[in-house]
Design a protein around this ligand. Structure first.
Ligand code: PLP
Length: 376
């Protein structure tokens, strides 16, 4: 496997956001500054808290001829193997306010539920996690390891959420969800505040000004949390590039039509955590102005990227990056392969690009399959 092949990689779709206007004050009104400070203070005091590594993809950088490509390695986030550890578990702590006689519930595609289960276990609370038929057995086992009861629901994520709401209402369980709607925003805000810690850490891990950030989006929670972190902690504002699977491009479609758009997913992406059909409401209000552009990619380069990370083709060190950790790298390579787009978004030898390695081998069975396919 050589890096030469990457010169042929292509993205699926690209969109410039015509409503772009990064306004720190507006963003920190939507995701308040005091929440960001509190999440950082709380989480950095948890046992075994450590900044996750900010690695460099030196070999990829030599190939693409930028200044730096940084990779935030969230496979090392506590022992949960994804950035989601920062969100759900923190929300459980804030919402339970020291009470011991409550039961926490949530619906999940995997990583969020694991974080909620861990958060409940840390505090000695019972926990019920709802998953759809598409969530793998490996992910279910991972959640059960943290002491939660997992309830499988026929259908997709939306069905699992509806069942979670129904049973939680009936049994007085407290829902900790990461998706905000008109009448449900406080808990998702807490999760997003938790995610902003990645940027707080990066602001102390390099003296380079980051010029571009590639942000994976499912419902947009991670991207909005990171954007809030940028508004709060970075001196200079980088270009914000939203990355999605091409069959689950709800952010791109919403930005294109300047209103929240629900899309139809015809085929679930292998990037399961990002296979979402509708944005969370607060992330929509943040990203509709704070993102410079959107790019979508298909699943075809996911296995190869997993293998290249592991086999030190992109960096000097081996990196464990799961399926959702790959699309930032795939879209960076693809945009560099298109001279017009590369120029349009100012990618040059002066660029310090940040990609978020948002998960490690969180689904170990799928990871092994992708690795083996990518090495062929
Ligand atoms: C590993 C990983 N990356 C990215 C995402 C997308 O995050 P969001 O839905 O907050 O946009 C998820 C969501 O579950 C995830 O698990």
């Amino acid at each position: 496997m050589s890096l030469n092949n990457i010169s042929k990689w292509k993205y699926s779709n690209f969109l410039i956001n015509k409503s772009y206007n990064f306004d720190r004050k507006r963003i920190l009104k939507l995701i308040p500054s005091n929440l960001l400070l509190n999440s950082n203070k709380t989480i950095s005091n948890w046992k075994n808290y450590k900044k996750t590594p900010l690695l460099k993809l030196e070999k990829l950088n030599r190939n693409l001829k930028l200044n730096n490509i940084f990779y935030k390695d969230e496979s090392k986030r506590f022992h949960l193997k994804s950035f989601k550890a920062l969100g759900g578990a923190y929300a459980v702590e804030k919402i339970s306010k020291g009470k011991k006689n409550i039961i926490i519930s949530s619906a999940t595609a995997g990583n969020h539920g694991k974080s909620v289960a861990w958060g409940a276990q840390r505090l000695g609370l019972q926990c019920k996690i709802f998953v759809s038929q598409y969530v793998s057995e490996t992910r279910v086992k991972e959640i059960e390891k943290f002491g939660a009861d997992v309830i499988r629901v026929r259908g997709n994520y939306e069905n699992s959420l509806n069942e979670c709401k129904k049973l939680s209402k009936k049994n007085n369980w407290i829902i900790v969800q990461d998706v905000s709607t008109k009448n449900y925003s406080h808990v998702p805000l807490l999760t997003m505040a938790g995610y902003s810690i990645m940027i707080k850490e990066i602001s102390k891990q390099t003296t380079h000004y980051i010029t571009h950030i590639f942000l994976q989006a499912g419902v947009g929670g991670m991207a909005a949390g990171v954007v809030a972190g940028v508004a709060k902690y970075f001196k200079r504002i980088p270009k914000i590039i939203i990355v999605e699977p091409d069959g689950a491009d709800c952010v791109m479609q919403s930005i294109k039509s300047k209103k929240l758009k629900k899309i139809k997913i015809k085929k679930e992406s292998i990037m399961g955590g990002m296979s979402c059909n509708e944005m969370s409401l607060i992330p929509w209000h943040v990203l509709k102005k704070a993102s410079d552009c959107c790019v979508t990619v298909n699943d075809s380069k996911v296995p190869k990227t997993v293998a290249m990370l592991k086999d030190k083709k992109l960096s000097k060190k081996t990196i464990i990056g799961g399926e959702c950790a790959t699309p930032g790298i795939i879209s960076l390579i693809s945009l560099c392969n298109n001279p017009k787009k590369k120029k349009l978004i100012n990618l040059s030898e002066k660029s310090n690009v940040l990609v978020i390695g948002c998960e490690g081998n969180a689904d170990i069975k799928l990871y092994r399959q992708l690795l083996s396919k990518g090495r062929k």
